[in-house]
Design a protein around this ligand. Structure first.
Ligand code: NAP
Length: 309
């Protein structure tokens, strides 16, 4: 039998939302326990430079920001545990979370499990993960020094990460299924001006091909249906994210895409269970908004616990 650890406030996830919630709950002397999940910092830990988090006029590297979040939360007494929740029982209080290492009970629960990169779901994609298929420019960009690589997607992530990849690659071809980008105007301007960036609009990837490693992409023109081979040493896929909410299906109210539904005070349909960050936000998805939601969730958890006493 694994140990059972009780926390007044249990926080699932250690991205900006989870860490901000931990900081606030710790300063309120609620001794929060954070189950970090597989990656401390979540998506921020694999983001190159963050230029739009206030207080860092020259930008801040993702892993550096994560380290600062952690240091600040721990300084006030938050405890981080390297464990991942595998089951949740929210039917009664204390809520029960089963992890890989232990079982946890909590008087209040803040869910900040974030979102994960979507896959194209085409032949070859899964097979070549780590062999030329990547979802993380910061992690894998340096493997492609001086090479010709591709980025799939037309949103802010695709353009921002394509710009980052120009540090290493000789050329970066952005492959997008429409003739217009979803990304904001500033990123579009930067990408269009960049001498290493090429564009292949109105094309979708139908297969990733190669022998031992990725060598090419099979593309289809989205209007004409014409097929072509696009040689590439690597492909970085940034086509959006899906919320990590499987654990709560059938217990918490989720929207049609799986995001946890909250009111404006981060409250879910179960009193005492709060959700913050990208698990509950498909619209803003910013470090600052996630951190703000985390802080709000911690304040609401404090109110909730005070009402229970
Ligand atoms: P996104 O805005 O949802 O864009 C996803 C892109 O991938 C879209 O261009 C979409 O094409 C394309 N796509 C989706 N499924 C596809 C498929 N199966 N095959 C091919 N292409 C596919 O996702 P995101 O770029 O990750 O951004 C998400 C949110 O985070 C946004 O709100 C964004 O503003 C924010 N964000 C902000 C920053 C920043 O402020 N610097 C940086 C990163 C992210 P269509 O356009 O045709 O739908």
């Amino acid at each position: 039998m694994s140990d059972t650890i009780h926390a007044k406030v249990l926080i699932l996830g250690a991205g900006p939302a989870g860490m901000a919630a931990a900081l606030y709950a710790a300063r309120d002397e609620l001794s929060p326990l954070v189950l970090t999940g597989p990656e401390i910092g979540g998506q921020v830990s694999i983001t190159a430079t963050i230029e739009n988090y206030p207080g860092f006029p020259d930008g801040v590297e993702g892993p550096d920001l994560v380290a600062r979040f952690r240091e600040q939360a721990e300084k006030f007494g938050a405890r981080l545990v390297l464990d991942t929740a595998t089951e949740a029982d929210l039917s009664q209080r204390p809520f029960k979370i089963t992890g890989l290492e232990a079982t946890y009970t909590a008087d209040a629960l803040i869910i900040a499990t974030g979102a994960s990169a979507k896959q194209l779901e085409v032949p070859g994609e899964e097979e070549f993960i780590g062999l030329g298929v990547s979802y993380c420019a910061t992690c894998d960009g340096h493997f492609f020094k001086g090479q010709h690589i591709s980025v799939v997607g037309g949103g802010d992530s695709a353009l921002e990460e394509a710009l980052f990849l120009t540090r290493y690659a000789e050329t970066v071809t952005i492959i997008h299924r429409r003739d217009k980008f979803r990304a904001g105007p500033l990123l579009q301007k930067r990408a269009r001006r960049h001498p290493k960036i090429r564009f292949l609009m109105e094309h979708e990837v139908v297969a990733v091909e190669g022998d031992d490693v990725v060598q090419s992409l099979r593309l289809r023109h989205t209007r004409t249906g014409e097929s072509r081979e696009h040689p590439t040493a690597g492909v970085f896929i940034f086509i959006g994210y899906h919320p990590n909410s499987d654990l709560f299906e059938g217990q918490l109210e989720l929207d049609e895409r799986g995001y946890i539904v909250t009111d404006k005070h981060m409250r879910t349909n179960i009193p005492g269970v709060f959700a913050a960050g990208e698990i509950a936000d498909s619209r803003y998805r910013q470090v600052i908004t996630s951190a703000g939601m985390g802080a709000a969730a911690a304040i609401e958890a404090r109110h909730f616990l005070a009402e229970q006493e």
